[in-house]
Design a protein around this ligand. Structure first.
Ligand code: FAD
Length: 387
């Protein structure tokens, strides 16, 4: 068992940390409040190669794995910049195309992922289906060589910033029953694709959208992979990287909140000469949150290591557990930080309450804590499914 990062991973972590700190949480919040995106940070991270760490070298990437991408997600979040699009574009979309796209699709898309110039978002959730993917109603039907896509998607992050959206649909002849997914790379400006922004209670420069697909016409090569059989493995290929990187983002956010809070409680004095952090009623909740975050980091490291070793099934269990643990730990850490900062905790200036919405959402998306518990109950504990 090895708990050390390699020297290259150490260097990556230090470099991303330095970049994140140069921008910091004030930058993130200013962008969010003004309705702008974190374009400067994204572009600089892309130029430095951090967004393409997991892309194979032959397509211009760093040749690393999800371990490296998780480091990038965690360190930017630990600097107060949790970038959700890292989870959708390089983690999900790039992995799906790298592992299951055609060679033509790899050549076309991967170099853009490698330098961050291409953003592809991911659309699976639908209003009627919710957590039950077997009810997905977005349908792809053949029209000559083309495909026509119709359906509705909800909560889709970052559509306004992306060139493409990777849409999970099902074909006309598999409209009912167990999901046999077909994945399509859809240009965000395709005729027939419209969107409306959802108002969310999250301070974030990234927005969520309802998407309407009304007979969106796509060429044959918009289908990911050589044939319809690629759909299911392609969808599964995206899930583990999604869970691991979103967990890393949660752990980084937890670290950020605990660091801000600890700095404050170590110096704030309201009872004579002792800091408020000397009182165990203040220090223990912070220490407890730190333990939870560190435990989540261990599971993230395990899940990423298993994934990069090609042990997908085991990575699925660890990735789900990591996502669960990190989601809970991040919510606990931010809530605790707000509490120990007192009134300052609720100000924008101290930069912790600004994360309350994001960490709360992290217990729901991209997979809810209940669906992870269902997964563990069924696949680890051998329990029957109730649904
Ligand atoms: C900020 C944010 C960003 C998102 N970004 C994206 C994105 O980019 N792309 C995308 O496709 N989706 C995205 N989503 C959607 C997200 O993945 C879904 O919200 C999530 O999967 C839950 O689905 P739902 O909201 O339909 O909840 P529902 O399925 O309606 O569930 C509601 C509640 O019931 C619980 N529940 C449902 N079924 C069961 C069961 N069998 N057992 C126990 N509990 C159950 C759930 O856990 C949940 O608490 C995003 C959501 C948010 C909040």
């Amino acid at each position: 068992m090895n708990f050390d990062l390699t020297p290259e991973q150490d260097q990556l972590r230090d470099a991303v940390r330095a970049l994140g700190r140069r921008y910091g949480h004030d930058y993130f919040v200013t962008k969010a409040r003004s309705g702008e995106h974190t374009t400067e940070l994204w572009d600089e991270a892309g130029r430095l190669g951090y967004l393409g760490v997991n892309i194979p070298t032959e397509y211009g990437g760093g040749g690393g794995g999800i371990t490296e991408l998780a480091i990038v997600c965690e360190e930017l979040a630990a600097a107060g910049c949790p970038l959700l699009l890292l989870v959708v574009s390089p983690a999900i979309a790039a992995t799906v195309i790298a592992r299951h796209g055609t060679e033509e699709q790899r050549k076309r898309f991967l170099p853009g992922f490698a330098d961050g110039s291409l953003k592809v978002v991911f659309a699976i959730t639908e209003p009627e289906a919710g957590s039950n993917f077997h009810r997905l109603g977005t349908v792809a039907r053949r029209d000559g060589d083309d495909w026509l896509l119709s359906g509705r998607k909800c909560y889709i992050s970052g559509v306004d910033e992306a060139s493409y959206v990777l849409v999970v649909a099902r074909t006309e002849d598999a409209v009912t029953g167990k999901l046999k997914p077909a994945l399509f790379v859809v240009p965000t400006d395709a005729p027939g694709l419209t969107r409306s922004k959802l108002d969310m209670e999250i301070v974030s420069p990234e927005n969520q959208f309802l998407l309407y697909l009304d007979d969106v016409r796509l060429p044959a090569d918009a289908l990911v992979g050589e044939s319809l059989d690629a759909g299911l493995p392609a969808l599964f290929a995206g899930l583990n990287p999604e869970r691991i990187t979103v967990a890393a983002m949660g752990a980084g956010t937890g670290r950020y909140a605990i660091e801000r809070a600890s700095e404050y409680t170590a110096t704030r004095k309201v009872w004579g000469g002792r800091s408020i952090g000397s009182h165990q009623g203040v220090a223990h909740p912070l220490a407890h949150a730190a333990v939870q975050v560190e435990l989540a980091r261990l599971m993230i490291h395990k899940a990423a290591t298993l994934y990069d070793a090609g042990r997908d099934l085991e990575a699925g269990v660890s990735g789900n557990m990591a996502k669960y643990a990190a989601g809970e730990a991040a919510a606990l850490a931010v809530d605790t930080a707000v509490q120990v900062l007192g009134g300052a905790g609720m100000t924008t200036e101290y930069g912790v309450a600004t994360l309350l919405g994001a960490v709360r959402a992290g217990r729901i998306a991209p997979v809810s804590r209940e669906m992870i518990l269902n997964f563990v109950a069924q696949h680890v504990l051998g329990q029957d499914k109730s649904y």
